[in-house]
Design a binder for this molecule. Structure first.
Ligand code: BJW
Ligand code: ZN
Length: 307
């Protein structure tokens, strides 16, 4: 475990700023905690339940095969929530860091499109787990890269409804209220092969991430030493994302910086000299941590959402 003296160094903003100002090659690995302040729930811990299902149990090809209507409702609800949400100061801070530091690359596990809406330069952003707003065929190669129809089809309209009584939970989210059964025929079908279902263009457990994107990340890591890795709002429970911080470490040079609402004793104990840990809300911490490079975060730059 880190001693109290080294714990002070690990959480020192002046020491972090000193290192940041000398850092050119910076990698960020982001997770659901980054979008928590935008009102989007995380996967694990509080908020990881959708009706009476664990969110991670619904994020599998097996769950989709067993009950495509249920899994589509889960994703239709998350599309609706993400469309209603706004990028928060942490998304804008990372986007500005990308503009100020061409050697910065952001790997995000988030599928909510909030990095894109915060105008993060696309060549400095890898969306590891795809996007809620990409649709693809379960079987053939058909893909719609950007679709924001809400609701996507009449059967999924309950996921896009506003709450009729805000004093009560949204009926869709209340496990005591049964869901209307959705027949396969009522779900969106592939316009090419016609017979198969469309599915969200996200990466489920057991599925491969985009190989070109993985090669690109490997190439970026291998190219030159990495000065800093920012690990923001992720439980680091899912690979390959969870492995990139250690993968990018260049002996004696790389600071791994954890920014998380909750940093456990085990996490503190794993930190090495030169690493940093900042416990709190990423939407408050990131603008403060990155200020010497990015200045004050401006949040009004969101692009118009295309119709
Ligand atoms: C805040 C905050 C605030 C809250 N401010 N912080 C090596 C070893 C073992 C297993 C594997 C391995 N390599 C691959 C595997 C298998 C598997 C895997 O990792 N399994 C693990 C369970 C161990 N990986 C895969 O299957 C991946 N595919 C793959 O590797 O293919 C090749 C292969 C396959 C099989 C075997 C071997 C190789 C694909 C992974 C796809 C993950 N998909 C999901 C769903 C995406 C679609 C969707 O969004 O619905 O991705 S699962 C879910 O977890 C989602 C997330 O992106 C991901 C990570 O979660 P995240 O973002 O970290 O969220 P949380 O909730 O866990 O954490 C939030 C954090 O924020 C917490 O720490 C909070 O404290 C914090 N927080 N508020 C700051 N305001
Ligand atoms: Zn098809």
């Amino acid at each position: 475990m880190a001693s109290s003296a080294s714990r002070a160094a690990l959480s020192s903003i002046p020491l972090f700023h000193e290192k940041l100002l000398k850092s050119n090659r910076i990698l960020a690995v982001c997770g659901a905690g980054l979008s928590a302040a935008s009102g989007l729930p995380t996967f694990r811990g509080a908020g990881g339940l959708w009706r009476n299902h664990n969110a991670v149990d619904l994020a599998t090809p097996e769950a989709f095969d067993a009950d495509p209507g249920l899994v589509w409702l889960f994703y239709a609800y998350r599309r609706h929530m993400a469309l209603t949400a706004k990028p928060n100061p942490a998304h804008y801070a990372l986007a500005e860091l990308a503009r100020k530091r061409p050697g910065f690359k952001c790997l995000s596990q988030n599928v909510d499109n909030l990095h894109v809406r915060a105008n993060h330069p696309s060549d400095q952003l890898s969306l590891l787990h795809g996007s809620l707003f990409t649709l693809k065929c379960t079987t053939c190669s058909w893909k719609d890269p950007y679709n924001i129809a809400d609701p996507l089809c009449p059967a999924l309209a309950p996921a896009a409804e506003s709450n009729p009584d805000p004093t009560k939970p949204l009926p869709l989210l209340d496990p005591a209220q049964p869901l209307a059964e959705i027949k396969k025929s009522e779900l969106p079908h592939c316009p090419d092969c016609k017979t198969e279902l469309q599915r969200p263009g996200v990466v489920w457990f057991g599925e491969m991430l985009d190989e070109d994107m993985l090669d690109d990340i490997e190439e970026w890591i291998e190219k030159e030493p990495v000065d800093m890795v920012l690990v923001v709002g992720t439980s680091s429970a899912v690979y390959p994302a969870a492995g990139y911080a250690e993968r990018a470490r260049t002996k004696g040079r790389t600071s791994v910086v954890t920014v998380n609402l909750e940093i456990t004793e085990e996490d503190w104990g794993r930190m090495r000299k030169g690493d940093f840990g900042f416990e709190g809300d990423a939407s408050l911490l990131l603008p403060e941590l990155l200020r010497p490079v990015i200045g004050e975060v401006k949040g009004e730059e969101e692009e118009e959402v295309e119709g």
